[in-house]
Design a protein around this ligand. Structure first.
Ligand code: ADP
Ligand code: MG
Length: 541
């Protein structure tokens, strides 16, 4: 009819759809998790809006309904959530609004087949996963507070249509017309299993409509409110996968209840694997904030950005239910909860660091992120300095600053480090010769952030932390170990070299830092060290 509008998907959606449909075939069942999560989010959003706008209140028995229809070969997922306007249908289901999704798409394309599920899980390609099982998807939605309903439909190829529709109540119906080979998803048992696996902890009641009957499909308990004694490792791991969109097992699980000055329950996880999102996505913590079980937001900045890899839930009694997201940022209660939660996570890391082997795994995943805190968070710098680990010129594996200090030479005053692009190359650098010859250890730093934070740390246990490429480091107080040749007299040569190289370097001087090599570059004591100069050059400065 004339009222049907046809729209092209933008190019990114086309690419993403292609990937979702072809690259992720083995993980098809997660379409249901994604659609159920969206429906649950929509219900949460409506409940939240209704706090300030009571006309939008949810019907008393609102449920999320899943209705398989064998005759029609379709599944319908219905919610009484916030719904979408015509504009939102086009924007949310026709473009890729979220930053980083494109980067994700190319990551998936490059990833090994077995790594793809975890990538998609972390990122949640969300709605588009419907096209893994369906060759046509229809979304009929009415925004809460509006009389109008609209229908979005697509076969997941180049375009989608928008047409006026009708819906008795606000909310959304998603109809999946299943592909030939996706018949298994018409079986209630199969659907039930998927929901148990992925969506059991969703607090909105989910029902499977089957022979006209509604069967409850999820347990819907707020796991974090239960006593620890009633929760198994498996329960925790499953919940972790649910809140984190992950497929692995958490490296650390923190579950505690604070009572007294502050009243909250928290269930937090440190992932066992490195999530793509934490490393290349946004910097904000996405730990979920609930007030008396009700989901409020995952953008409360519950943890500092340098702990953004931590996932989970904080549920408090200390905030009013009708707190607006804007108000949240300003409330002192939240600031106190944040501080308490951050301290708890740091305490856990500190105690887990005692198990060096296990901690090494954690460090390899999240060390570079944690180091951001050394740079930007003065309040936690001291705690963090005890948690950082390094490669070193003298020992295998990872070492801490405290261990470094315990190995310092009696005459040694400073903690030395060398920054570069990779530790193997650093270990061979001529910059190390003079230190090696004196048995002096140098920490080898190869993360991007390493060019920035050491200056801010400045000292550890009163000992200055110094880049060996910056300034004239005087090793003359430190005795040479083993046999070395007598240093030659260079007093006649140096002025000539300085003159000859005057366009390239500021000064040529004799150094006790070289043993086998003839020359090395050094930065001035006042300016940036060599690696920093390299970075600045790359940045076009
Ligand atoms: P995400 O959930 O990560 O934002 P999705 O691709 O899953 O990404 O969904 C895109 C957007 O479409 C959602 O953010 C939401 O605004 C909208 N949306 C999807 N499903 C629903 C629904 N059932 N009710 C209301 N809005 C929805
Ligand atoms: Mg989603």
């Amino acid at each position: 009819s004339e009222t049907v509008e046809r729209h092209e998907f933008n190019a990114e959606v086309g690419r993403l759809l292609d990937l979702v449909v072809h690259a992720l075939y083995s993980e098809r069942e997660i379409f249901l998790r994604e659609l159920v999560a969206n429906a649950a989010d929509a219900i949460d959003k409506r409940r939240f809006e209704a706090l300030v706008n009571p006309e939008l209140a949810l019907p008393a028995d609102s449920k999320l309904r899943i209705l398989p229809d064998k005759a029609a070969r379709s599944i319908t997922i219905s919610d009484a959530g916030i719904g979408m306007t015509k504009l939102e249908l086009g924007q949310n289901l026709g473009t890729i609004a979220r930053s980083g999704t494109l980067a994700f798409a190319s990551k998936v394309a490059d990833a090994k087949a077995e790594d793809r599920p975890s990538l998609i899980g972390q990122f949640g390609v969300g709605f588009y996963s419907a096209f893994m099982v369906a060759d046509r998807v229809e979304v009929t939605s009415r925004h809460a507070g509006s009389e109008e309903a609209w229908s979005w439909a697509s076969e997941g190829r180049g375009d989608y249509t928008l047409a006026p529709a009708s819906r008795a109540e606000p909310g959304t119906d998603i109809v999946l017309h299943l592909k030939e080979d996706a018949g298994e998803y018409l079986e209630p048992i199969r659907l039930q299993t998927i929901i148990r696996k992925w969506a059991d902890h969703i607090t909105v009641p989910i029902v499977l409509v089957h022979d006209g009957e509604e069967e409850p499909a999820n347990a819907g308990t707020a796991l974090w409110r239960k006593p620890k004694s009633e929760i198994s490792e498996d329960d925790y791991a499953e919940f972790y996968r649910h809140v984190s969109h992950a497929f692995d097992t958490p490296w650390a699980t923190l579950h505690w209840r604070a009572e007294g000055a502050l009243d909250f329950s928290a269930l937090l996880f440190v992932p066992g694997m490195k999530p793509f999102q934490a490393v290349e996505g946004e910097r904000e913590s996405r730990v979920r904030l609930h007030v008396r079980r009700m989901f409020i937001t995952d953008q409360a900045g519950m943890l500092p950005p340098w702990l953004r890899f931590v996932t989970g839930v904080v549920d408090t009694e200390d905030l009013p239910l009708n707190v607006s997201r804007e108000m949240l940022q300003a409330t002192p209660v939240l600031a106190r909860i944040r501080r308490a939660v951050t301290a708890k996570v740091l305490g856990e890391l500190k105690s887990r660091a005692k198990d060096a082997e296990s901690y090494a795994g954690f460090w390899e995943n999240f060390g570079p992120i944690l180091k951001e805190g050394l740079y930007e968070d003065a309040e936690h710098r001291k705690d963090l300095s005890a948690l950082i680990r390094f490669r070193s010129s003298s020992v295998e594996g990872w070492t801490s600053l405290a261990d470094y200090v315990s190995r310092m030479k009696p005459e040694q005053k400073d903690i030395y480090y060398l920054v570069g692009d990779d530790t193997e190359a650093l270990a061979k650098s001529p910059q190390l010769e003079g230190f090696r010859a004196r048995g002096v250890e140098v920490l080898l730093l190869a993360d991007q952030i390493d060019s920035f934070w050491p200056e801010r740390l400045d000292r550890f246990e009163e000992k200055p932390v110094r880049s060996i490429t910056q300034g004239n480091i005087d090793l003359s107080q430190l005795p040479l170990e083993g046999e070395t040749a007598e240093a030659a007299d260079l007093s006649a040569l140096l002025p000539k070299l300085t003159e000859a190289l005057k366009d390239e370097v500021a000064e040529v001087r004799a150094s006790d830092r070289l043993v086998d090599s003839a020359v090395l570059l050094s930065a001035s004591a006042m300016g940036p060290d060599l690696q920093m100069q390299r970075l600045l050059r790359r940045a076009g400065r």
